[in-house]
Design a protein around this ligand. Structure first.
Ligand code: ADP
Ligand code: G6P
Length: 355
């Protein structure tokens, strides 16, 4: 039989609070894999799933066991584990990983009800994104790689205002109230998952502008765990060194407040990690090649691939700062991880056959 028959699905977990850029991240990721992800054809128009040639992205909201009315009656939020069916999540992710299609429920965000299920066939790469991909230890163990998007409260607030006020017509008071109401459950059930993540993208207010409260300029930290199978951190200039770098000058145009990079080893929840940080934003995206040339171990296929991806999606939120840059880089690292897992499976049975 061909190696393809034997290959199982590689499973990636992406955790974040809602409205924290998961969909944008997914669009960057599937683009690195060479195809736009679309909703399933001919199915429920309210499906939350995205499918491309290689990748299927499922939204874990589909495992809500309580619908909107049920949550209200029981007084629990969608972030509460009691509103979610982790047994079914585990069984279905496990089945897909082993090559079996499943009938996954659909949580309809418009009606707040659970719709009839949709068929999910095993893809090459399955991404489970949502509030709880690393909450249940059984599901966590199925993940080949995990990412946590850690958006600080200040930045979350700025983004939520932008989306819910500008695009959805909510009032400032109602946005404030909904963030406050979510906080206890967020802190109890969502935030602790970051200690399990292989990579964390932390988004903080800038340090380049004293007392900045606008939330436009961001300081973004990519925290990468050491010793993760098939994943090795990127670095700036030289592995293991500690560096602060201001690239602005002859080769990079920067307007106020400029750009500052940092790179160095650190510990995160007791794990050894490498951190690359970017504070500030790019004026000219084509000049990103200058920064890219100083980053190593990017797992790109050719020189300039990061810059090319960033230019291709310059209209996505975060393209001029570290959020877009690090999401793109993590996309390349996941492609590399997938290719390494695939290669290990192709060689393994051959060796066994020879024995
Ligand atoms: P999610 O899928 O987690 O709900 P989205 O990707 O839809 O989040 O993003 C929600 C909103 O947050 C976007 O409409 C945008 O306003 C804002 N946003 C997301 N990512 C960024 C970013 N990197 N920089 C600035 N704003 C962002
Ligand atoms: C979170 C969940 C969604 C849920 C929303 C609002 O964002 O990810 O699945 O729909 O909360 O929940 P509500 O109970 O207000 O409908």
């Amino acid at each position: 039989c061909s190696a393809g028959d034997k290959s199982q699905t590689v499973v990636i977990g992406l955790a974040a609070d809602s409205g924290c850029g998961k969909s944008t991240f997914m669009r960057r990721l599937t683009s690195v894999f060479g195809g736009a992800a679309e909703p399933p054809k001919g199915g429920n128009p309210d499906s939350n799933t995205l499918i491309s040639d290689t990748t299927t992205v499922i939204c874990l909201d589909d495992y809500h066991s309580l619908d909107r009315k049920g949550r209200k009656e029981k007084g629990v939020t969608a972030l509460d584990p009691r509103a979610n069916d982790f047994d079914l999540m585990y069984e279905q992710v496990k089945a897909i990983k082993q090559g079996t299609a499943v009938e996954k429920p659909i949580y309809n965000h418009v009606t707040g009800l659970l719709d009839p299920p949709e068929l999910i066939k095993p893809p090459k790469i399955l991404v489970i994104e949502g509030l709880h991909p690393m909450y249940d230890p059984r599901v966590r163990d199925l993940l080949d790689f995990s990412i946590y998007l850690d958006i600080s409260n200040e930045v979350k607030f700025a983004w939520k205002i932008q989306r819910d006020m500008a695009e959805r017509g909510h009032s400032l008071e109602s946005i404030k109230a909904s963030i406050e109401a979510r906080k206890p459950d967020f802190e109890a059930f969502i935030d602790p998952q970051k200690q399990h993540a292989d990579a964390v993208i932390e988004v903080l207010p800038t340090k380049l502008i004293p007392n900045d409260n606008e939330g436009k300029v961001l300081r973004v930290r990519l925290i990468m765990k050491e010793g993760v199978k098939y994943f090795s951190p990127i670095y700036l200039f030289d592995e293991g060194s500690t560096i602060t770098w201001i690239p602005c000058g002859r080769k990079l145009t920067c307007s106020y407040p400029g750009i500052k990079f940092f790179h160095g080893p650190d510990t995160y929840f007791g794990h050894e990690v490498t951190v690359v940080e970017m504070d500030g934003q790019f004026d000219r995206l084509d000049e990103l090649i200058y920064v890219e040339s100083h980053l190593s171990n990017l797992s790109s296929k050719f020189y300039g691939e990061v810059t090319q991806q960033m230019l291709k999606h310059s209209d996505f939120p975060g393209s001029n700062n570290g959020t877009g840059l690090f999401q793109t880089i993590i996309g390349l690292k996941i492609r590399d991880l997938y290719e390494q897992i695939l290669a290990s499976k192709v060689t393994a049975p051959t060796r066994a056959a020879r024995a």
